[in-house]
Design a protein around this ligand. Structure first.
Ligand code: NDP
Length: 488
């Protein structure tokens, strides 16, 4: 998961295509296991064209303001997206007057955020996982990541579920017994916290950028495009680390943003209670559905090591800043909206949202699970009661090593090539629909997720095509649709 950048990804796709073309020229193309050379190396772009560069600069300049806009419209305009635009157009408001009305940086917010990030850091670095010892089926503790383009396999300490449980137990204990701080603390400091998260997001991205030049963790997995903006945004180092265990991607992707997600929602619910004396069923739905998604993420953190964020993307601004700022502020817009616009849904509406959310989650989880099971057992498993069918593939890593892999063509992966994204989109739509139809503000999330996942799908397929060559073509012939069978 992670921000993984709406269209931040767009820039890489075009450049990826350039890489693919270059690889086609240099590697005879296809990768059939028996008859041809495997496709060339894979990984993100080495070359940047003007389109990619323009997209990168545009996003670097606009994404922070977009986040500010969606939070500010709730603070000043009851979450109406059009009202500030109308006021700006009519001259009733100016950019300056809007900016001046927004709460600014406070030292209280800085203290809260410092304590928060430090606490997550301590849980990540100093509390080795014990939950895997007593939770049946949970894969925590030291786990292997996927093979990097240079051929390395990194080790990770998987303790995200434990961190989430400890953090939420403390939150609960505070709300019920200790009363050290108000459960609305996050909401009450929301815009000042935005400045703090930006400071960390930019600091981390800049540090990772400089580190890649001065002391990279693994120089063979670095990619320099020759363009400073592209390098800054899409990252140079693949798996930057400090010491043996502090992994930038795992820490910033998972915590502090995703652990915070459920706490932010709880803070919104507490604010509703404080303001109106009750919590709406829509707020409960958003809290429950998103908590399922977050808990799923931590339960499957070891699996997450094999997803695109960790095993294909480099660590730059779009992961560093995206995880610190974009994710906590824009993934939680529904709860924020419901604080300002408490919506009580009819039973039928609430039931429909719940059903959509749960079915979406089912498709998302079981599609991911099938691939994980298939890959872990190398195809020696049962999918939908049968032995899975697959296509054998071969590819080369950067060190020249020849490797083999399999692409499943049965189960959910035989219906479409990315049903996990379809399920994710159904769940995302459910969060938005929980907010009723009064404003478009909470629907930003489904628009964003659709662009993100459709584009991610295209980008992933460019990468797979360059990795597997003709074997990928055989796979797409066998499973012709991406997200919706018969349509796309
Ligand atoms: P996938 O889990 O779909 O992984 C794609 C990779 O799986 C491919 O690159 C390929 O890797 C392998 N693969 C593709 N087809 C097959 C097949 N038929 N059989 C076996 N392996 C195959 O993508 P992501 O990592 O992007 O997504 C993981 C989950 O995270 C998704 O459910 C997605 O919805 C979610 N997500 C959520 C986000 C959020 O912000 N909420 C953001 C991004 C993702 P290989 O090179 O190993 O062959």
């Amino acid at each position: 998961m992670a921000f993984s950048g709406v269209s931040l990804e767009m820039s890489s796709a075009v450049a990826m295509e350039a890489t693919r073309r270059r690889q086609r020229l240099s590697s005879n193309g296809g990768a059939s296991e028996t008859t041809e050379e495997p496709a060339g190396q894979w990984g993100r772009a080495w070359e940047v064209d003007w389109f990619s560069l323009s997209a990168v600069i545009l996003l670097l300049c606009t994404a922070p303001f977009l986040v500010f806009f969606f939070v500010m419209v709730c603070d000043q305009y009851q979450c109406s997206v059009s009202q500030p635009l109308v006021e700006l157009y009519s001259g009733e408001a100016t950019l300056r007057s809007i900016w001046d009305k927004a709460p600014s940086f406070t030292w209280t917010a800085a203290q809260i955020y410092t304590v928060w990030v430090s606490f997550q850091l301590v849980l990540y670095m100093c509390v080795p996982d014990v939950t895997h010892k007593f939770l049946p089926g949970y894969a925590g503790g030291v786990q292997d990541g996927a093979r990097t383009p240079a051929g390395l396999i990194n080790k990770y300490e998987i303790n995200g579920l434990q961190s989430w449980l400890i953090t939420h137990a403390l939150w609960y204990a505070n709300a019920q017994y200790f009363h050290w701080f108000s459960p609305t603390i996050i909401f009450d400091n929301w815009i000042p916290l935005l400045w703090c998260t930006n400071i960390l997001g930019y600091a981390v991205s800049t540090f990772a950028f400089v580190k890649a030049y001065l002391f990279p963790t693994n120089a063979e997995d670095c990619k320099f495009t020759g363009n400073v903006f592209y390098n800054y945004m899409m990252g140079i180092e693949f798996n930057p680390r400090i010491g043996k265990w502090f992994d930038f991607k795992l820490f910033f992707n998972g915590r502090p943003g995703i652990v915070a997600w459920t706490l932010i929602n709880l803070s919104y619910a507490a604010k509703q209670q404080e303001l109106y004396g009750y919590v709406t069923n829509s707020m409960i739905l958003v809290n429950v559905l998103q908590a399922i998604y977050v808990l799923d993420f931590f339960w499957n953190e070891a699996w997450y090591l094999k997803t695109i964020d960790i095993c294909h993307d480099h660590f730059g601004w779009y992961l560093g800043w995206g995880d610190c700022v974009w994710l906590p502020f824009l993934y939680t817009l529904q709860g924020l909206y419901l604080v300002y616009n408490p919506v009580q849904l009819s039973t039928a509406h609430a039931a429909a949202v719940l059903l959509l959310g749960l079915v979406g989650y089912y498709v998302f989880r079981f599609t991911n699970h099938q691939k994980d099971l298939f890959r872990r057992t190398e195809g020696k498993c049962s999918v939908w009661g049968k032995k899975p069918t697959f296509i054998e593939c071969a590819y080369r890593s950067g060190d020249g090593g020849l490797h083999h892999s399999k692409l499943m063509t049965s189960g959910f992966w035989g219906v479409a090539r990315h049903l996990n994204y379809t399920g994710d989109l159904m769940g995302s739509l459910a969060y938005c629909a929980a907010c009723g139809f009064g404003h478009i503000h909470p629907y930003f999330y489904i628009v964003y997720m659709t662009i993100l996942l459709v584009h991610r799908c295209v980008r992933d397929e460019h990468r797979c095509s360059s990795k597997y060559g003709k074997d990928w073509k055989r796979y797409t012939d066998a499973v012709p649709y991406r997200l919706l069978p018969g349509i796309f």
